[in-house]
Design a protein around this ligand. Structure first.
Ligand SMILES: [Zn+2]
Length: 445
């Protein structure tokens, strides 16, 4: 069992935006001790790391992702949403196993590099095996479900029966749940209304409840789709439909949440469901602006997600958090909403809570040792130690993350991955991308 003694940590307090200088002992996968002073002689097996007054905080939970899209950063830029969706499926058809594996692996490794250690993934069935392998190989903590649809939104939408969806959920549960010593869990992840029937979402919710796993879906991302749901069910909106169908609850994770009424936000609050803000995607592909400041006021468990890179072009949660903060301040004309402390809590503590963890997302004795050390001492643009936490959100980005622990294991050290040769990952990715880009051009896409 590995053990690390982190000396002189400035542990972030998101309530005060201040820090406390402490020593921190990691034993196995957990934070064993936090004290003013821990003597190395008392823990001779522990490797001593002098953090030297750098900022220590919980790592990030990226609560809505499609990691196979990592290779699609670029070829999906600046398309209208209807074309974007068709293009996404058409280009997805050109992926082979190796491409899917490296695309997902690159996404997981970029996430780790930027201090994200928990991922809530909605994956494609057709390449499930290489995607799962990429998650396993990366060593990241993840909840993985399969994107499922049974109503055509366009002629490329893959349609399956409810029975097939249940079979796939069972398959994912059997093959993913508990993998990597419990770092990987399964979920049910239907794509969302109106591409899923009431029967499908209810069957998958029942399956998820029976297994005690997460139900993860998109909610009210597109204005047109939300209108379609209103017409289809004669209900006030997509959120109301999920409420009426019995889908909302504390184990339900909802991505986007744009076209919702105040009454629907109350449904989310009442049921304890967990909305995920994906502002980079929502702005880049012109989905709209989600009412997250109102959710903050209602005390809803707000999370953040970078979504797939086909739409967001980033795996950096700090960029995501900053975009969300600026957006909510801008549309409400209220600079006090989405303050730095609130945003960091939404990015660290709220995600694990939504996924059912009670021992993850905060720097506390006994909690899982998923944490980051942030080095802002080598960046001319990040000076002023007294305001480090706010400056990290508003002036920094994921490149400031120096060291990353997942379950007590060092994944990033000195701003580089410890388990992978970054140069080789980039070289292999560029080789596969040249092939993929050629295929895209040849297919006339
Ligand atoms: Zn999505």
């Amino acid at each position: 069992m590995s053990s690390y003694l982190l000396k002189n940590c400035d542990i972030a307090n998101f309530d005060t935006l201040g820090v406390s200088r402490k020593d921190l002992l990691i034993t196995g996968e957990r934070i064993a001790l936090i004290r003013d002073r821990i003597l190395p002689a008392e823990h001779p097996d522990a490797e001593v790391i002098d953090v030297n007054g750098k900022l220590v905080m919980p790592s990030f939970a990226d609560m809505h992702t499609h990691m196979m899209q990592t290779f699609l950063k670029g070829p999906m830029d600046d398309y209208p949403i209807t074309d974007w969706l068709v293009r996404l499926f058409s280009i997805g058809d050109l992926f082979d196993e190796e491409t899917a594996y490296y695309s997902a692996l690159l996404g997981c490794l970029s996430s780790l590099r930027f201090g994200t250690t928990t991922i809530n993934e909605m994956a494609d069935w057709i390449h499930f095996a290489p995607i799962l392998k990429a998650f396993e190989d990366s060593g990241i903590r993840a909840v993985i479900g399969i994107s499922t649809t049974d109503i055509a939104e366009n002629d490329k939408t893959p349609l399956i029966s409810v029975e097939e969806a249940l079979y796939r959920s069972e398959y994912v549960y059997d093959h993913a749940h508990g993998k990597n010593n419990g770092l990987i869990e399964a979920s049910c992840a239907p794509a969302g209304l109106p591409a899923c029937s009431k029967k499908l979402v209810q069957a998958l919710k029942q399956f998820a409840d029976h297994r005690g796993i997460i139900f993860h879906t998109h909610l009210a991302e597109g204005r047109k789709e939300t209108e379609d749901v209103r017409r289809m069910y004669n209900l006030s909106g997509e959120g109301e439909a999920l409420y009426q169908f019995g889908i909302l609850g504390p184990k339900t994770v909802l991505a986007h949440n744009i076209w919702l009424s105040d009454a629907e936000l109350d449904r989310i609050k009442e049921t304890g469901a967990n909305p995920v803000h994906c502002p980079n995607t929502n702005l880049k592909i012109s989905d709209g602006i989600a009412p997250f400041a109102a959710m903050q006021k209602k005390g809803i468990n707000v999370c953040f997600g970078c979504d797939g890179e086909a739409s967001s072009s980033t795996r950096d949660m700090i960029r995501e958090g900053r975009m969300g903060a600026y957006l909510q301040k801008g549309v409400t004309l209220d600079p006090t909403v989405f303050d730095a402390g609130y945003v960091f809590k939404a990015m660290t503590k709220n995600g694990p809570k939504a996924l059912g963890y009670t021992d993850l997302g905060e720097i506390k004795e006994g909690n899982l040792a998923d944490l980051i050390i942030v080095d802002m001492t080598d960046d001319l643009s990040l000076v002023n130690r007294d305001y480090r936490i706010g400056n990290l959100l508003y002036a920094g980005d994921g490149h400031a993350v120096d060291t990353v622990f997942t379950a007590g294991k060092i994944m990033v050290r000195g701003k580089h991955l410890t388990m992978f040769d970054e140069g080789k990952i980039i070289e292999t990715s560029e080789r596969l991308l040249r092939k993929l880009n050629d295929k895209i051009r040849k297919a006339g896409l």
